[in-house]
Design a protein around this ligand. Structure first.
Ligand SMILES: Nc1ncnc2c1ncn2[C@@H]1O[C@H](COP(=O)(O)OP(=O)(O)O)[C@@H](O)[C@H]1O
Ligand SMILES: [Mg+2]
Length: 344
């Protein structure tokens, strides 16, 4: 069995707002093995970013607060570290990249200065050594003419190139975990594919574990070993990529799959999309949070919140649905048609 790198237990992160308490992350538990690539998938507002920011302890008090839970990383609870120790973890053992590289890059400093600064912050090297490492880091992400590019400013780079710089920066200290939050959402489809390829190769070569956060199941295909699906602050399904794509157990996962854009079939088939909108995480319904949108809901679903449990005996696939056993949620089949039925 591979070594556990990260173990999140019953994490809850709430925000106090004028409208009430936002239960952005509401009791999630999961673990990630060293070198594992996990997709974290769900519609906008499901708590993916807040979960990542909580792990990095980047939630801003007093409005935002981690109210319960533990985040064990390499056996140490990050939530109990002092701010100095936590700063060494950020960008050192855990790197994070975001959707918009411009927010993380400073427009008034050169790419080289920013890269060298990051390297020197986490590694005990001289300025000239850092320069060498910065050049190597840019070469690793296939930026041509790396040495000359050190003198460029962020605005001289394209969006895809800037995201390459962020990956270079993130990986320059050889982190054990890379958290990538919608890293390709702002990019065109071709650049998106190139960046995913690059991340896959780098993560594989270095054995870096990755939490890849995305609202787009298409992005995680071919990249992730395992996938967890989030809905309204909770995890509703977990499985290997194969299980999630071919044997989804939760109606929400099935809906996400069915609504996945398939370029080859776009014109032939009307896309199925999940009707309705996610609930406000301020006034959560009693029972299953997906119930108001679920075509398979029964009485119990409105009364009891389903817990994440094994999809079947001995299976590692987990599902939070009262009806998982009865439903046969078939995958989008080869002809692009979708089919779901209750077999009982
Ligand atoms: N700083 C904040 N203050 C209040 N509510 C927030 C804050 N950040 C996020 N939220 C709320 O928390 C929920 C989860 O947000 P988020 O994690 O960003 O979703 P996702 O990344 O899955 O799109 C949303 O309802 C969002 O509006
Ligand atoms: Mg987000």
């Amino acid at each position: 069995m591979s070594k556990t790198l990260l173990k999140v237990d019953n994490l809850r992160t709430y925000f106090s707002t004028q409208e009430g308490v936002v239960r952005a992350v509401d009791g999630i538990s999961f673990s990630l093995a060293a070198g594992e690539r996990r997709g974290v998938v769900g519609e906008s507002g499901s708590g993916k970013s807040v979960a990542a920011l909580s792990i990095m302890r980047l939630i801003e008090p007093p409005a935002g607060e981690i109210v319960t839970g533990t985040v064990e990383f390499q056996g140490e609870n990050l939530l109990e570290l002092g701010e100095d120790e936590m700063q060494a973890v950020r960008g050192g053992k855990i790197a994070m990249i975001f959707q918009d590289p411009m927010t993380a890059l400073n427009p008034v400093y050169t790419i080289g200065d920013q890269l060298m600064e990051t390297i020197m912050l986490h590694q005990n090297v001289s300025a000239s050594e850092a320069r060498g490492l910065a050049i190597e880091a840019l070469q690793d992400v296939h930026i041509p003419d790396a040495e000359a590019k050190l003198a460029d400013y962020p605005h001289q780079f394209s969006g895809g190139m800037r995201q390459r710089v962020m990956i270079a920066m993130g990986l320059s200290c050889n982190p054990d975990l890379l958290i990538a939050d919608e890293p390709t959402t702002a990019l065109d489809v071709t650049t998106q594919a190139q960046i995913m390829d690059l991340m896959l190769n780098l993560a594989e070569d270095r054995g870096t574990a990755v939490l890849l956060i995305t609202h787009d199941l298409g992005v995680v295909a071919g990249f992730c070993d395992t996938i967890q699906v989030m809905y309204a602050g909770g995890i509703v399904e977990y499985g290997t990529a194969d299980e999630i794509f071919h044997n989804p157990q939760h109606p929400y996962t099935w809906g996400l799959l069915a609504s996945m854009a398939r370029l080859d079939e776009e014109r032939k088939h009307r896309l199925h999309s999940i009707a309705g909108a996610p609930p406000s995480v301020i006034d959560l319904p009693i029972g299953c949070r997906f119930r108001p949108r679920c075509e398979f809901a029964v009485d119990k679903c409105g009364k009891v919140l389903p817990m994440l449990r094994a999809a079947e005996d001995g299976s590692e696939q987990l599902v939070a649905c009262h009806r998982a056993e009865e439903l046969d949620l078939k995958l989008i089949n080869a002809s692009g048609e979708t089919n779901a039925e209750a077999s009982s």
